[in-house]
Design a protein around this ligand. Sequence first.
Ligand SMILES: Cc1cc2nc3c(=O)[nH]c(=O)nc-3n(C[C@H](O)[C@H](O)[C@H](O)COP(=O)(O)OP(=O)(O)OC[C@H]3O[C@@H](n4cnc5c(N)ncnc54)[C@H](O)[C@@H]3O)c2cc1C
Length: 476
Amino acid sequence: MHVSPALRERLATIVGRDSVLSTQDETLVYECDGYTLERSAPEIVVLPRTTAETSQIIRALSDADVPFVPRGAGTGLSGGALPLGAPVMICTSRMNRIRDVDTANRRVVCESGVVNAWVSRAVREAGLYYAPDPSSQPACTIGGNIAENSGGPHTLKYGVTTNHVLGVEIVLPDGEIADLGGVVEDTPGYDLTGLVVGSEGTFGIVTAATLRLLRQPERTCTFLAVYESVDDASETVSGLIGHGIIPAALEMMDRLIIEAVEAAYHFGFPTDAGAVLIIELDGAAAALEEDSARVLAVCRQNRARDVRVAGDEQERALLWKSRKRAFGAIGRLAPNYCTQDGVVPRTRLPDILRRISAAASTHRLRIANVFHAGDGNIHPILLYDERDPDEVERVLAAGAEILQACIELGGSVTGEHGIGIEKVAHMPRLFSPDDLIAMQQLRAVFDPRGLSNPNKVFPDSKTCVEVRRPRRQVPI
Ligand SMILES: Cc1cc2nc3c(=O)[nH]c(=O)nc-3n(C[C@H](O)[C@H](O)[C@H](O)COP(=O)(O)OP(=O)(O)OC[C@H]3O[C@@H](n4cnc5c(N)ncnc54)[C@H](O)[C@@H]3O)c2cc1C
């Protein structure tokens, strides 16, 4: 499917010529998101500045029956923003204004291209913050977070994106602008906002959102617990939750990641350790003292060889910087990597980590682990070199094996990165044909012609994507 000269002209009239990109040089950067195994440049990229422009763009596409793919910052890790049967990409990066900050009612209204970290920055002085904090938060957008229902280190205690979105403004695939939800905690009728969150761009383009803000905790206390083995660290995770302690964050890094992070950021991680846990408590000062003692006891019961407490805010910030930039350090380990995302009940963490290790041996790969352990949300990072086709095949096989193990252990094939194109083939392993049909019927209420982000999420006999080759150029 191609964009006709007439449609191209109509789009340029709506947004201006400088907001329509179509040369090979201009579109190359949009050929993939953070899932780099599959690539396909869009025919054109349109960069609206307002909701009205987005609505006009989508109306023009709808009139011409041309599908489109929404894109925020392109940090997605499941290929959700890959143009697949959608020649037009609508990128929200210029819709980046915070429209309203209401500190009294603890909410903010922002456009969907606003970067996640900007929200907390805008309300910091008022003692507030926006809780969902994906590790990609210096780059990823609120629209992308909503589409993926993103989590982050601090969502263990505070909940993922869906728990913090009060309402959305969305342009539906026929160009109509709809306001869903509202500014109050609960609105009568069906929870349509809840439906949009996590819909991976298949219901239209979110142009703005009303987000809930939280008060900054009175105090935080951050521990670094060091273990000889991943098993002991995993047992600590189960132990903490079992003792009724819900840390604000509970993150694990294994030896490979510790080595890379230490080489990059020099925090002082012990590079001979099997695993470390970052455990953060927050709340009222009095309660923290008691909980801190319990955390130390559980760590020691599970053979922590050392437990350090971040001495001041600077040390805490460096610790989190090291964790949140862990992915950036992986370049030190291999030319390419593929991050898997799965989830298991947290008591099954030791089992899934053993299965990951077995997959690494079977397929002769190095797999590093850094993940939101408290949620049971694993992120094995499969290291490879894309110039070695055999290794790429082994990465794909090991990834599939790990996801199958997640299902067998009572979990699911995505904890937070979404289905995108990467995991469509796994959907029938999780859902019955009737379930999948019911979900597609629901999608059709919003998008009866399948114009918004086609070929994602659902396997379809005609269009089912099987990801087999690295850097394959997907025909549009
Ligand atoms: C280093 C790194 C660390 C990460 N850490 C985390 C983490 O801790 N937790 C986590 O959950 N994820 C994490 N991610 C994944 C990713 O950052 C999130 O999925 C993020 O929400 C994507 O936002 P984005 O703006 O980049 O969206 P994109 O990648 O541009 O798009 C993602 C999906 O959302 C759709 N979309 C984008 N904008 C809109 C919109 N306005 N309306 C409708 N649909 C839209 C796209 O079509 C696509 O399907 C990480 C990624 C990287 C690279």
